[in-house]
Design a protein around this ligand. Structure first.
Ligand code: UDP
Length: 322
């Protein structure tokens, strides 16, 4: 079995590549290293079943060749991270929409199954708890750049489902909730690697807003296993699935737990959103997935709790300091 991972040098993509190699697959990766990094895949390079190409999914001939060679496509290439979205909105919108159009169009020519990774961000600022796949999406106004990410991913979902309905291209859409773990970069805003680095270096741990906003964090190892399991289920085709954890934590509690896991003396410092992301920024207050659908189909249950997740990120970040 040959698998093609777009964005395979990214944080989640590289973990997926490693996992699928362990499952005995031939793995082909295309990544332009825009937010991915070669260090994410160095440990895979010696494996004869691992192949990678540094290029953009916008390079249609390169993407077409890999779609043709492989049996299934995991489409993870995307512009991600709240900071990137706020700072480079054109890139976010274009990469996410155009890139997905290209991959779906190419896959459709050979009717190759595509696993499209979307995001919990599409639920927007809805205050519903938990979020279920068929819930309304509640996005903010277009003058608030953050929502362009949710909107671009919602278009990707519409397009993928349209390819299934209209052209019978087998697609599975997965909405990933906050996914964390070793190798995630803090460069684009992601909270956990930032907190761990701050705690280990004794710098202030920067909590944005009042810290009462909450999230549910999943370990990337649980997520990539679920992506593989879903890809093998014919009943998943044409469907949308939340994948995440239902262990909710406020960002302030997360800061305290990271501080204690690192035995750090860092102060926990509140930073107003305007200072962190510029004026007019809107955050989500709570983001909890209903994971009953994915549980029913593939028996999905997170195997890492938050303490174990924090410990694995701390261990990784410590190893980088050695
Ligand atoms: N956050 C924070 N400090 C940071 C980075 C992020 O307090 O250094 C907050 C952010 O405002 C959000 C939460 O942590 O409320 C999760 O942010 P992240 O960017 O990791 O993911 P999001 O859920 O916003 O996509």
């Amino acid at each position: 079995m040959k698998v093609f991972i777009t964005g395979g040098a990214g944080f989640i993509g590289s973990h997926l590549a490693g996992y699928l190699l362990e499952q005995g697959k031939q793995v082909f990766v295309l990544d332009d290293l825009s937010t991915g990094a070669i260090e994410n895949i160095v440990h895979l390079k010696g494996n004869p079943a691992f192949h990678y190409q540094i290029d953009s999914i916008m390079n249609i001939p390169a993407a077409a060749e890999l779609v043709d060679r492989c049996d299934i496509v995991y489409h993870l290439a995307a512009a991600v991270g709240v900071r990137l979205i706020v700072e480079s909105p054109v890139r976010t919108i274009e990469t996410n929409i155009r890139g997905t159009e290209i991959i779906l169009d190419l896959a459709n020519k050979k009717k190759k199954k595509v696993i499209v990774t979307s995001t919990s961000e599409v639920y927007g600022k809805s205050s519903k708890v938990p979020f279920t796949e068929t819930d309304d999406l509640v996005l903010g106004s277009t003058d608030k750049g953050r929502w362009s990410y949710a909107c671009s991913k919602a278009i990707d979902e519409f397009l993928a489902l349209a390819y299934w309905r209209e052209k019978r291209l087998p697609v599975v859409v997965v909405r990933l909730f906050n996914t964390v773990g070793p190798r995630q970069t803090g460069q684009y805003g992601m909270v956990l690697p930032n907190f761990v680095r701050q705690a280990l270096s004794g710098e202030p741990i920067t909590v944005f807003g009042n810290g009462l906003q909450s999230r549910c964090f999943s370990h990337v190892a649980d997520i990539v296993r679920a992506l593989n399991d879903l890809s093998q289920q014919s009943q998943a085709v044409g469907q949308v699935f939340n994948i995440g954890s239902d262990e909710e934590v406020t960002i302030l509690q997360l800061a305290e737990r990271v501080k204690s896991a690192c035995r750090s003396s860092s102060e926990i410092k509140m930073i107003p959103y305007e200072k962190a992301y510029g004026s007019g920024f809107e955050d989500m207050q709570r983001r909890v997935p209903d994971i009953s659908k994915v549980r029913q189909l593939i028996g999905y249950r997170p195997t890492y709790n938050l303490d174990q997740i924090i410990a694995s990120v701390v261990e990784h970040e410590r190893s980088l300091l050695r």
